[in-house]
Design a binder for this molecule. Structure first.
Ligand code: FE2
Length: 665
């Protein structure tokens, strides 16, 4: 969603549930976010900045209990790149060191940037990080790729990120000197830094730094695993700067405990500016995505640890190797084993060096990443339910996001769905006509993540994991009865053998079920206004759980059908299936969303915080759902389902979807 945003604070606002459980007892706010907020506050006290007005508004809004400001815009969108002027000053300078990174194979390193503006230094001066390093007008192109006809000095690409000059230099205005620390990742091109005046709204470039490069800028990076079409197949996807005709991409892999290794050739795809649907993706947000490679590792043994390493074989016979890693292969459908699944949505990206600080675009995402990474051995598969990077047309942000999640995506299958911030664009075929994708219209997401969709441009798919069947919708395409997607979902629900795979899970980005998010409440629907068309399928096929994102908080319902709770039990569901339990898990990191200021009968638990859900199937009759906060990884809600096959075969006669029977004997 992109309607409302409330600033993260040390005070966690918890909406008490209808259950006896009090969610906020003994909790602590995320350390990193708290430290960051504290540090930012300190900087502002020392160095007045025009943005302080914005900060004050946010604080006042928080004090009054409701912040209605819309701060969900992509931070880079605040920079008026198209209006930027180049007026280099002799008395201004900027330099970065070291100028060579990654000498020991590092894929991310910090550089120190020193700058000086001998006269007229201002609090609104800022430093932009650009990649490629050559960002002057000579590289400008029109959306169709031809050289720009404009002759006046200008910029043609947005920076990767930025900081104000006084960010860590309290005396910048007085002394005219300062320094900053930036974390750079290897994203296939060199970097340079620009010193600007005029704030981000009227940028004027005063000085350009030296170039900073990585030792192996073309090397493979950002590994991400996914389930393949078959249960015994895993795909390995990564990014490099080697085109298909320059080097052969491949994966070396094998059982971790064996010495035998297999080499599997990978395919190569990419996309161009012409594939984008509009600005900024076609203009200042465009940056080459490099090449995306995918290798299919097939005929895996179930539940075994595998080694893998990606590489490129050059024409001279030498290899450029990526980092090696390990994953555990999927269990076979119906395999009775411990299986653990993480599901959440709306993650976003953030800068570990504090860049873009005043936007606080997705304040919880680093906590989510780090909390999951620290416990990755206890998760088998992660499903990120849409609104992943919030790149919104700024292609560099996808690289930043891929680097952020690599500790997760390189270790377990990292399955994704399509959200409005990946897909929506007017008149591009998306079901919703918003411009939330910033002109991407789904192309980067669908290319960067190799999901087992029959048609990746549509991005709905089914995937199995042992005792689980996941039917994954794409809410940004029409799902209603009579559509192609409806037919897919019914086939997905109906084709699973529940005796072998008892847990049937529906996943979709937008809330098609139930949410107390205030903007859904304002609609009077507590879901997408055209939502719940699918409820007769959920009921007919006994879908256990339905997960959503889009609303940036956590909420779970009773087992519900047509607005009526079919059970008042809150902690342990056993016996015959009543109805689907709906779970909003949209607190992956993007700014939190308010709940409506009243309770409904169907909402059992709410939490206004960042977090994720974990499903654990201990065997074919016991399932545990846990909701964990990102800040501490502790469990703040949970419930059990104990169900046998005969319970799935049964039918709650209060609904209208029980199968007909004959009176004949
Ligand atoms: Fe969304």
């Amino acid at each position: 969603m992109s309607i409302r945003y409330e600033r993260i604070t040390r005070v966690s606002i918890v909406v008490r549930s209808l259950s006896e459980r009090t969610l906020d007892e003994g909790t602590k706010e995320g350390t990193k976010c708290a430290d960051f907020a504290r540090a930012s506050t300190q900087r502002r006290e020392n160095h007045p900045n025009p943005m302080d007005t914005l900060w004050l508004v946010l604080v006042l809004a928080l004090v009054t209990g409701r912040a209605q400001g819309s701060f969900m815009e992509q931070p880079l969108a605040r920079i008026s790149v198209h209006r930027a002027l180049i007026e280099l000053e002799d008395t201004a300078s900027i330099s970065a060191s070291p100028d060579l990174l990654g000498a020991k194979g590092e894929t991310a390193e910090y550089v120190t940037v020193k700058f000086r503006r001998a006269a007229n230094a201002e609090n609104t001066d800022w430093i932009g990080v650009f990649s490629p390093a050559n960002f002057n007008a000579s590289t400008c192109t029109e959306p169709d790729g031809v050289p720009s006809k404009d002759q006046f000095p200008k910029l043609c690409s947005a920076p990767v990120k930025y900081k104000y000059a006084n960010f860590s230099s309290p005396n910048y205005v007085r002394s005219g000197e300062g320094s900053l620390s930036f974390r750079l990742i290897n994203m296939r091109a060199d970097y340079s830094f620009g010193l600007f005046k005029g704030d981000v709204s009227n940028p004027v470039l005063l000085a350009v730094s030296n170039t900073v490069s990585f030792t192996s800028p073309r090397a493979p990076s950002f590994m991400r695993l996914a389930n393949g079409f078959e249960w015994n197949e895993i795909t390995v996807t990564w990014t490099s700067d080697y085109g298909q005709d320059e080097a052969m991409p491949l994966v070396k892999w094998g059982l971790l405990d064996d010495k035998e290794r297999t080499l599997t050739a990978a395919m190569t795809v990419t996309f161009s500016r012409d594939d984008m649907c509009g600005a900024p993706a076609t203009t200042v947000g465009w940056r080459s995505p490099g090449y995306i490679h995918t290798g299919h590792l097939k005929e895996l043994w179930p539940n075994k640890k595998y080694f893998y390493q990606v590489a490129h074989k050059l024409e001279n016979g030498s290899y450029v190797w990526g980092r090696s890693s390990v994953f555990k292969s999927p269990p076979f459908p119906g395999q009775d084993s411990l299986q653990r699944v993480v599901i959440f949505g709306d993650m976003g990206k953030a800068e570990r060096d504090g860049s873009n600080e005043y936007s606080m675009y997705q304040p919880g995402c680093l906590n989510t990443t780090d909390t999951l990474a620290s416990d990755i051995d206890n998760y088998d598969i992660i499903i990120l339910n849409g609104d992943m990077a919030y790149a919104n047309g700024y292609a560099s942000q996808w690289d930043q996001f891929l680097e952020q999640v690599e500790p997760l995506s390189s270790r377990v299958p990292f399955m994704v769905t399509s959200g409005n911030h990946e897909r929506d664009w007017p008149f591009s075929g998306s079901f919703y006509g918003s411009s939330d994708s910033g002109g991407e219209c789904g192309v980067p997401a669908q290319t960067l993540f190799n999901m087992p969709a029959v048609n990746r441009a549509k991005y709905w798919y089914q995937t199995d994991w042992g005792l689980f069947r996941f039917c994954i919708a794409n809410t940004e395409e029409d799902w209603r009865e009579g559509t192609e997607q409806w037919a897919f979902l019914e086939e997905c629900f109906s084709s699973v053998n529940r005796q072998k795979q008892p847990w049937l899970i529906f996943i979709a980005h937008r809330v098609l079920g139930y949410s107390s998010g205030d903007f859904y409440a304002a609609e009077g629907s507590f879901s997408e206004p055209m939502g719940r068309d699918l409820q007769k399928l959920w009921q007919k096929y006994r879908v256990d759980l339905a997960f959503y994102g889009h609303v940036h908080n956590y909420e779970r319902t009773c087992p519900i059908y047509e607005n009526v709770c079919l059970s008042q039990e809150k902690h342990h569901y056993s016996g015959q299936f009543n109805a689907t339990i709906h779970i909003v898990a949209g607190g992956g990191g993007a700014g939190l969303a308010l709940f409506a200021p009243f309770n409904t009968s169907w909402s059992f638990v709410k939490d206004y915080d960042f977090g994720f859900t974990k499903l654990t199937s201990f065997n074919r009759s016991s399932l545990l759902l846990e909701y964990k906060r990102s800040s501490d990884g502790l469990v703040y809600d949970k419930f059990w389902i104990t169900r046998h096959y005969k319970d799935v075969l049964g039918c709650d006669r209060r609904t209208t979807f029980c199968p007909l029977i004959t009176l004949a004997t």
